[in-house]
Design a protein around this ligand. Sequence first.
Ligand code: PEP
Ligand code: MN
Length: 336
Amino acid sequence: MLVLLERGVSEAVAADVATRLRMYGLAVHRTDHEGQVRLGAVGEGAVDWAAVAVWPGVASVATLPAPFKLASRAFQPHDTVISVGRCAVGSPQLAIMAGPCSVEGERQVFTIAAAVARAGATVMRGGAYKPRTSPYSFQGLGEEGLKLLRRAADAHGLAVVSEVMDTQQVGLVARYADILQVGARNMQNYSLLKEVGHAEKPVLLKRGLAATIEEWLMSAEHILSHGNAQVILCERGIRTFETYTRNTLDLNAIPVVKELSHLPVIVDPSHGTGIRDKVAPMARAAIAAGADGLIIEVHHDPDHALSDGAQSLYPEQFDELVGQIRTIASVLGRRV
Ligand code: PEP
Ligand code: MN
């Protein structure tokens, strides 16, 4: 339920209403919108809502109709903005995240960090724990990779996003990364969603390979319901009957999610297409469609990359793309 408090209500009264709702067994989440406190009361407790509507300080009570409650615009009408390093994801400033698929070594991450920072990225990506289809493929450098990524990013004033694959890695990855990436294959790993829900770092939640938009938002809801309000959604393509591209990048999802949810949405055209020369057109389209940013794989020597070389941009291609994104952004009243 959505409990709207009277405008100008004191913090003491707001806290009191929240406490009373909690005593019914509900979890209470707060957002402030245009000077009004909005409480999202979620859970199973049986409550006499007509009585709540006349509690001191309460202006009105309404249902939150969507199955995802805290992620919905009905709960929070304004956009969520998540500050990470020099970027504010969900603001008019587009979030440009870039880097290799996997952290492979010191020279590699430092070379790529310099290139993506120069081009205008503010966040560096790189996996240290890799979900690979084959158990014989490179699985990532683990903590050593996180250390390298952090050092390379720090040397160039970049924030870090890196994937966490299971609950036991959350604390470790959170020590080095500014954003915890939950990969497509883990979108419905509810134990992991719970664990990152307790972390004090923003979460980049990738859409599952076969997940509907509603399932994706329900996964975001898991994270929000555990107390972490900093969720960035990432469209990365879905599995369809099409085989020419690795996945089908669902740009419909951007305006759809923007209407349903206040959470920022970024797009990953690298995994979305799987083909280097298809990345830039789809990145441009994503920004034109209203995405809040991009996450792009970049590698200085993609022929020798240990993962996803075929979809990685050369640094010069990334630089040119960011220039084009700047132009598109300005038409939309946004900037890089
Ligand atoms: C990745 O970012 O390298 C990755 C494995 O992405 P996804 O989970 O979207 O496949
Ligand atoms: Mn990859």
